[in-house]
Write a protein of this length. Structure first.
Length: 319
């Protein structure tokens, strides 16, 4: 049996979140927020959401020996995430995002110290080569392309999320990278940009030509998936949005939980929508991520393998 259910690869950053703003600040203007929160974001959002669902999770990230690194490490331990894949430098290494929540939208200012990038990439290769997990989860970014190829060379199961970079999403290199995935989970705008198809069903048909399991997140419209030639849909849950930060990350965590538990595809989508919906009801990328007992209660499910998939999980053909 693999030691971990999922190892996530990617940065974790401290999020400084200002909420309850009267307006967005203009140049030379100071405004006061009604609420301020410090939490951890980036790949930490999906990692925490998976851990709260009972998955054994590791996060391969980098931190410094500063206040920001201390916060990230403490939050990981608090949430039961394995810290053995974290590379800590013997120097400050700030990774910080300031989020301004205004009405139903938000803006960000971020900083990440990238001076140790070559060292961190060598560390990640070691993680992929020497760890043992059922699934490895990455963001489909250019900097991870060779690392993801290495994971597939070693016959790892790989899931990919996407992030917004219009030129990258339209590139042939991104399409080649996505074709390595066993699961790919873009949002609708990302899927449209990658495929050039505006209809979500056309977009998912195009992506499914090279990826066994494709899921498109559509926010308030729910989600669709295609696997084994079949298309599945699920409506979004009713939610009272407070902060949309991390909703897609928690959706991903819910889907992976269902997939690893060999649930039916319809149930994987239902779980994913539930996790994403609960996320937006709290401030922060994972504060609202549900515990396993909440999911089982609210969705009337059992934490056991479902029917409709192979006992050893979906095959490369997605059935």
């Amino acid at each position: 049996m693999p030691k971990h259910d999922c190892i996530l690869v990617g940065p974790a950053c401290c999020d400084l979140i200002f909420s309850g703003l009267p307006s967005m600040p203009r140049m030379g203007e100071e405004i006061w927020a009604e609420r301020f929160d410090i939490t951890v974001g980036g790949m930490m959002n999906s990692a925490v959401a998976m851990s709260r669902l009972g998955l054994n999770v590791g996060l391969a990230a980098e931190i410094g020996n500063d206040t920001w690194g201390d916060v990230i490490a403490a939050k990981m331990r608090e949430e039961g995430i394995d810290t053995s894949f974290v590379l800590q430098y013997a120097e400050p290494y700030p990774q910080v995002t300031v989020a301004l929540n205004f009405r139903k939208d938000r803006s960000f200012i971020s900083f990440a110290d990238g001076k140790n990038k070559p060292l961190f990439m060598r560390h990640l290769y070691g993680v992929v080569r020497n760890s043992d997990a059922q699934l490895y989860h990455f963001s489909a970014q250019r900097e991870y392309a060779d690392l993801i190829a290495e994971a597939k060379k070693r016959k790892r199961l790989v899931s990919l999320d996407a992030s917004w970079d219009e030129r990258w999403l339209q590139s042939a290199e991104l399409k080649r990278l996505v074709s390595l995935a066993d699961i790919f989970m873009p949002n609708l705008k990302e899927a449209q940009t990658i495929t050039g198809k505006q209809d979500p069903y056309d977009a998912i048909d195009e992506l499914a030509k090279t990826v066994p399991v494709v899921v498109i997140k559509m926010g308030e419209r729910g989600a669709i998936a295609k696997a084994g030639g079949a298309v599945y849909t699920a409506e979004a849950i009713a939610a009272k949005p407070v902060d949309a930060t991390g909703a897609g990350d928690c959706f991903v965590a819910g889907f992976i939980y269902g997939w690893l538990r060999r649930k039916r595809m319809e149930d994987c989508l239902k779980i994913a929508n539930y996790c994403g919906g609960k996320c937006v009801e709290s401030v922060g990328g994972y504060a609202g991520a549900p515990r396993l007992w909440e999911l089982l209660r609210d969705l009337d499910m059992a934490d056991s393998p479902g029917k409709g998939m192979r006992a050893d999980g979906p095959s490369k053909s997605g059935v």
